[in-house]
Design a protein around this ligand. Structure first.
Ligand code: ADP
Ligand code: MG
Length: 323
């Protein structure tokens, strides 16, 4: 059962120096209650994809193709890309919530954590009484591992990890079916990151929401995801179960990602294990966008765009797999 079905999604950024093809022909399903990891180097289109699905993109972003069908629990469905402003208000928070990279950007610096949860409840659940909202706020904070008396704290009074937990509590406020987390823990130290990720998994068991979890850290995704999609240059190049990818990644880019870790010094995007840098999305390489960096490419790779058949978009890999 899918809760979201993304089909042939395309997003461009229109700028003076050329059109950036940030997302191209992406088709992806999110199953009800699953944790879907989305990985890929910085600039591969992960945030743009998330922004399109959450309808948070602003000009110069323009959706150039596709649909994002959301299936409600009552069996009805709607294309998120066609929602009007008033419908969008109901869709956000209640059906789909987003937690951003920096909790400081998700939280309002001048409001207490409690007031911010209360704001969401008041705006979207008008039938709740003040007492019910206070009760729900305390419960939400407890659920994400923050003591209820912290509701009176301002974001700057909390640690990075606590702020991230508070942002997750807000996202959970209205029991959404889908939560999109865009690098929610990237700024945190590894131990805090792991704690929060395991907390998200536990909450998912309890509430049953589906998660799209975005990060460039593939090893972290392996730990918490049910399935993982790999993006390169605006396209999904491989998708599979976390276990399947761990045991046998098929796209040469995925294989490289799994072998690499970011350099501590030198260009930020250069990964040990994958030579070169991601392409300029104003003029991506013809054929498979990865072919200039690929160690096993053949002549056809520079002219034929591989399709995502059977979980992998690679000419050398159509069902057979490279070694
Ligand atoms: P990721 O989240 O994987 O790092 P993004 O979705 O942020 O990738 O970016 C995808 C591409 O779109 C990149 O080439 C980036 O430079 C470009 N891009 C993102 N935002 C804008 C913008 N506002 N204007 C122009 N280009 C943008
Ligand atoms: Mg991003």
């Amino acid at each position: 059962m899918n809760v979201l079905e993304i089909r042939d999604l395309g997003v461009d950024y229109l700028s003076g120096s050329g059109t950036v093809h940030a997302v191209t022909g992406v088709s992806l399903d999110l199953r009800r209650g699953e944790i879907l990891g989305l990985a890929g180097e910085s600039g591969s289109g992960k945030s743009t994809l998330a922004g399109a699905v959450a309808r948070l993109l602003r000009p110069p972003a323009a959706i150039t193709s596709g649909s994002v069908v959301y299936h409600r629990q009552d069996g009805t469905a709607v294309d998120v890309l066609t929602l009007q402003k008033n419908e969008l208000r109901a869709f956000r928070w209640k059906e789909l919530a987003v937690v951003f990279q920096s909790a400081m950007n998700s939280l309002n610096p001048v409001g207490t954590v409690g007031a911010q949860i209360d704001d969401v409840l008041r705006a979207h659940a008008p039938r709740m009484s003040r007492d019910e909202r206070a009760e729900r706020t305390a419960e939400l904070l407890r659920r994400v591992g923050i003591s209820a008396d912290r509701r009176r704290s301002y974001p700057h009074e909390l640690s990075g990890g606590m702020r991230q937990r508070a942002a997750i509590a807000i996202a959970l406020a209205l029991n959404p079916e889908v939560i999109i987390m865009d690098e929610p823990t990237t700024a945190l130290d590894v131990v805090v990151q792991r704690d929060i990720l395991h907390e998200i998994r536990a909450l998912r068991e309890e509430y049953g929401f589906a998660v799209v979890f975005i990060t460039h850290d593939l090893s972290l995704l392996m730990e918490i995801s049910d399935r993982i999609a790999i993006m390169y240059a605006g396209r999904v190049v491989e998708i599979g179960t976390a276990r399947g990818l761990h045991e046998g990644a098929r796209h040469p880019y995925t294989v490289g990602l799994l072998r690499s870790f970011p350099r501590l010094h030198g260009p930020r995007e250069e990964l040990l294990g994958i030579p070169g840098t991601p392409p300029d999305l104003r003029s991506p390489p013809p054929g498979c966008a990865f072919h200039p960096r690929c160690g096993v490419s053949v002549a056809a790779c520079s002219s034929v765009v591989p399709v995502l058949g059977d979980g992998v978009a690679c000419l050398l890999n159509d069902g057979t797999g490279v070694s």
